[in-house]
Write a protein that binds this ligand. Sequence first.
Ligand code: ATP
Length: 202
Amino acid sequence: MTFKVGITGGIGSGKSTVAQVFSTLGVPVYYADDAAKHIMNVNPEVKQAIVGIFGEDVYEGGTLQRKVLSSKVFNDKNKLAQLNAIVHPATIRFGNEWLARQTYPYAIKEAALLFETGTAAQLNFIIGVYAPDALRIHRVMERDNVSRELVKQRMEKQIQEQIKMRLCDAVIVNNDQEMVIPQVLALHEQLLERAKAKDQTT
Ligand code: ATP
């Protein structure tokens, strides 16, 4: 069975960027956020549950109207929790099924909420991606063309970065000083070794 690795970090820390570097090395990567969006568009049970709570108008021609759904959960903790209760378990289940199909020595799940959802417990090794708050805010404002306030609001909903990083087995520093690729290459070697060692003990 493939060695299961998680990549996590706060909004704008560079999780997807780091995961893409692993992907170019040939490592299979599951992007939880993309998977969740896909599942909300194609999975009949998930779609039915979402319509049951949020109404028919969140889909148009079978396609999720993300802005309509966002407006319904925005600033409504209860509704957001209901949505997460539908989408998170399905995303985790599909992720686990995907992991079980992988044949590469190790495979990666990239997700912002590995600890918050309890997924971390099912993984063998967790990589944290760390960037200072100011840089994360700047990068997300640029990437999503959104205001500082909106990024800060999103950040406040997540576990503090320092706490999250202490829970990880390794940390990639993605600030403007450290180079990312050498850090990924070193971890890649380490993960291949660990996967081999685990394979020999099972
Ligand atoms: P989210 O949680 O919002 O999905 P994320 O942690 O996956 O974010 P990315 O999307 O990888 O973060 O990075 C945020 C933005 O910062 C992107 O536009 C990305 O291109 C840029 N970025 C990330 N790392 C670097 C870097 N080392 N140098 C320059 N730009 C970077």
